[in-house]
Design a protein around this ligand. Structure first.
Ligand code: SF4
Ligand code: SF4
Ligand code: FES
Length: 277
């Protein structure tokens, strides 16, 4: 028998059959009411079954656990190896990627239940699929890129300091999944696009300011980024609850980045004050 406490240490013998109950929050489209449906999915241990492969099974067998015909559940995914962030959803109350949620470890017991919900901070497109446009809009709002004009050979770029490279490398692993935004009490769903530019920009975007402001080419836009982060919805809206850093699947030091950018923003403001512009 496998105890709940030992679940994370579980090593199931290959070929063992069990049934996992999925409780899925469904919604037919934007503005439509949500409902819950149950599905019983047969799983065989040792076959690398994850939440996505169970959703694929449900798509092939769209019948609820109670025997009613239904429509296939809709979700988003891309890489299937925790790189693109598209499959992010709320699993048993915690936000994470569904492709890397391996059932042999996560739900090793016959009859285990897994609850799936879409992220709550983004508009639902359908079922578990959400629209993360605001996240990408915020990266544009920040100018989260290194400005390079044209494709011609610019020669060797400026040298990067090794310490900066280490800081930047970790932040560069961000996959724009939205976990940090889902967990943040300061980031709220904002359906009116006119309010996006004054609403909290979020931990992931603030970290990208650190990434590009430390980059020898990217820092040409450092002042613009700090202006954005000094304005409404910028870094001062962070309440320092530190939920973001706890849920980031890439373990990006988000609170460290927020603190560094907070200091840089203050210095930027003071300099602007004395320069008079
Ligand atoms: S530290 Fe800031 S960004 Fe992170 S969860 Fe808290 S309020 Fe949100
Ligand atoms: S900072 Fe982490 S949690 Fe936030 S979007 Fe990037 S990878 Fe996801
Ligand atoms: S499908 Fe890309 S992170 Fe899960």
């Amino acid at each position: 028998m496998v105890t709940q406490a030992a679940k994370n240490e579980v090593h199931l013998e290959p070929g063992l059959k069990r049934t996992i109950r999925f409780r899925i929050k469904r919604c037919d489209g934007p503005g439509k009411p949500a409902r819950w449906e149950n599905f019983d999915v047969p799983v065989v241990s040792g076959e690398g079954v994850n939440v996505i492969s169970c959703l694929q099974w449900i798509a092939e067998h769209p019948k609820t656990a109670e025997g009613a015909d239904t429509t296939p559940v809709v979700w988003d995914s891309g890489c299937l190896e925790e790189v693109c962030g598209a499959c992010t959803m709320v699993i048993n109350g915690s936000v994470r990627q569904s492709c890397s949620c391996q059932l042999d470890n996560y739900a090793p017991l016959d009859g285990d239940t897994i609850t799936l919900e879409p992220m709550s901070k983004f508009p639902v497109v359908r079922d578990l699929w959400v629209d993360r446009s605001r996240l990408f809009h915020n990266l544009k709002r920040l100018k989260a890129w290194a400005p390079i004009d044209g494709l011609h050979d610019l020669g060797a770029g400026p040298k990067e300091h090794t310490d900066d490279q280490h800081v930047r490398y970790k932040i560069s692993e961000c996959m724009s999944c939205g976990c940090c935004l889902e967990a943040c009490p300061q980031f709220h769903q904002e359906e009116n696009e006119e309010n996006w530019d004054s609403s909290f920009i979020g931990a992931n975007t603030i970290a990208q300011a650190r990434l590009f402001n430390l980059h020898e080419t990217g820092k040409q836009l450092a002042g613009d980024r700090l202006d954005t982060l000094a304005a409404a919805g910028g870094v001062s809206d962070c309440g320092n609850a530190q939920n973001c850093v706890k849920v980031c699947p890439k373990e990006i030091p988000l609170t460290e980045a927020i603190a560094a950018i907070g200091r840089a923003t203050t210095i930027h403001r003071v300099r602007k004050f004395f320069r008079g512009k």
